[in-house]
Design a protein around this ligand. Structure first.
Ligand code: BGP
Length: 480
């Protein structure tokens, strides 16, 4: 067996890390625009006001705003069928609260979608990818405020109507399950429980009950717009998006099994059970109890969750973790959360454990549970690349990473999983979400932009560029 003939090969980006032009053509500041640079060892910071002389990497990022034609041409050269990107909410509604949208922002995405169409590339649009208007943090403490539901719905009404003939695939919230972890406070919920001028991104004050309340508002908002799309735009396909972090029991000790099951439910299944099945799972009550959550719902909320279930399930996959009740075991770093080190796996330079077989395991687990089409919308290796004097970049480590993951995707398809597509993360270099670095690169296209904010922004093909082009041309058969 092989990948389906209409398999959606492509790459993934997000406006907050890629687009730059943070204050151009009427755009307002998003939460990501308020984050300073950082590194693997030094946390980035969230500032309430702009600090003079501080570097804010998202503001220029790698400047898709002014390079979109060149970049989309490069994606087309690789043979992309799909381009995952996000719309910056603050380009359309600068504070999130205006009555009328910003025409210049809307016009930008028209240009982007038209450029994609020139090459037959299908856009896959994330509606909210860490780009919440910062004004909503100030006004309502982000998604902790129920007001955000209506504001989000209005934003969606505008972009759905405007792009209805140009965009078919939509994802409501990027990695919505971030909200089950402290790291998700500001990043995905826009929640900032502090009036201090500056807060460490890695050690934000955390009030779990606010996060779960914020998630409830996001679920309702998502379901409302999914329902709207189904009723008004039957051509749309609406998806969820989960940061899937499989947790293996460290041992066969039944207590380790139970600990892993608990973490899997909270981190991975809680959100998608609501978005795919349309209701809170049975174990939700236990999660709320442990986090002192007294969920506030309004009449009609549970009905709307039922009516707005998604058509396909998408997720990011970078790594796996282990869980145990043994407190002496060594910890490891990772995407949004910590876990235990797995002695069978190696890790990236940023401590994310590399586990291609885990992707196969995860694809099977998700498909067993939901039986709707799946798509891997993020995957990749964050690594330091070396730009050679002749302009080449030899990233064989990235090719190895992608090859091993594609091989396991193929096996999952053989095992019966309905897999729609694959969009590796940061197909072109962009700013790291967790650290704000440029040095942590994922792209098959190198961008001359560095951690100190300098760089010509010139684009260069890495070795992985030519390799991925062959992979796409052969529909995943030629992985050499
Ligand atoms: C996911 C996010 C992306 C992206 C990726 C890589 O969690 O959806 O926005 O950044 O992780 O993470 P990082 O940039 O921290 O290496």
């Amino acid at each position: 067996m092989a990948f389906r003939s209409d398999f959606l090969w492509g790459g993934a980006t997000a406006a907050n890390q890629y687009e730059g032009a943070w204050d151009v053509d009427g755009k307002g500041p998003s939460c990501s625009d308020m984050c300073t640079n950082g590194s693997h060892t030094q946390s980035k910071r969230i500032t309430r006001e702009f600090e003079e002389g501080t570097l804010y990497p998202s503001r220029e990022a790698t400047d898709f705003y002014h390079h979109y034609k060149e970049d989309i041409a490069l994606f087309a050269e690789m043979g992309f069928k799909v381009f995952r990107m996000s719309i910056n909410w603050t380009r359309i509604f600068p504070t999130g609260m205006e009555e009328e949208p910003n025409e210049a922002g809307l016009a930008f995405y028209d240009r982007v979608f038209d450029e994609c169409a020139k090459y037959g590339i299908e856009p896959l649009v994330t509606i909210s990818h860490y780009e919440m208007p910062f004004a909503l943090t100030k006004a309502y403490n982000g998604w902790a405020g129920r007001e955000c539901i209506d504001l989000f719905v209005r934003y969606c009404e505008v972009i759905f109507e405007r792009y209805k003939d140009k965009v078919k695939y939509w994802l409501t919230f990027n990695e919505i399950n971030c909200g089950t972890m402290p790291m998700g406070n500001f990043l995905s919920l826009g929640i900032l429980n502090s009036d201090e001028p500056s807060v460490s991104f890695n050690e934000q004050p955390d009030i779990p009950a606010l996060r779960y309340q914020g998630l409830h508002h996001q679920f309702v908002a998502s379901a409302k717009v999914v329902k709207l799309a189904h009723e008004k735009y039957p051509q749309f396909k609406m998806g969820n998006m989960i940061a899937f972090m499989a947790v293996y029991p460290y041992s066969c000790n039944p207590d380790d099994q139970l600990e892993a099951q608990k973490q899997m439910r909270n981190m991975n299944w809680y959100c998608s059970d609501v978005m795919v099945r349309g209701e809170y799972p049975s174990y939700a009550k236990q999660i709320w109890k442990e986090n002192q959550v007294e969920l506030r719902m309004e009449p009609g909320d549970l009905e709307i969750l039922k009516e707005g279930t998604v058509d396909f399930y998408t997720f990011s996959y970078y790594m796996t973790n282990c869980a145990s009740v043994d407190p002496t075991l060594e910890q490891t770093e990772g995407n949004l959360s910590l876990g235990l080190k797995n002695p069978y796996l190696k890790a990236s330079d940023w401590g994310w454990q590399i586990d291609p077989k885990g992707l196969r395991y995860v694809l099977n687990a998700i498909y067993d549970r939901y039986r709707i089409p799946l798509m891997v919308v993020e995957n990749g290796l964050g690594a330091k690349d070396v730009l050679e004097p002749d302009g080449s970049i030899h990233d064989s480590y990235r090719i190895d990473y992608m090859r091993s993951h594609i091989e396991e995707m193929k096996k999952a398809v053989d095992e019966g999983v309905d897999l729609m597509g694959y969009t590796p993360w940061g197909c072109i270099d962009l700013v790291s979400a967790s650290t704000g670095e440029m040095a942590k690169r994922y792209g098959m296209i190198y961008v001359e932009k560095y951690d100190d904010g300098t760089g010509s922004l010139a684009r260069r093909r890495k070795d992985s560029f030519g390799w991925y082009k062959k992979v796409i041309a052969s529909n995943g058969e030629d992985l050499d």
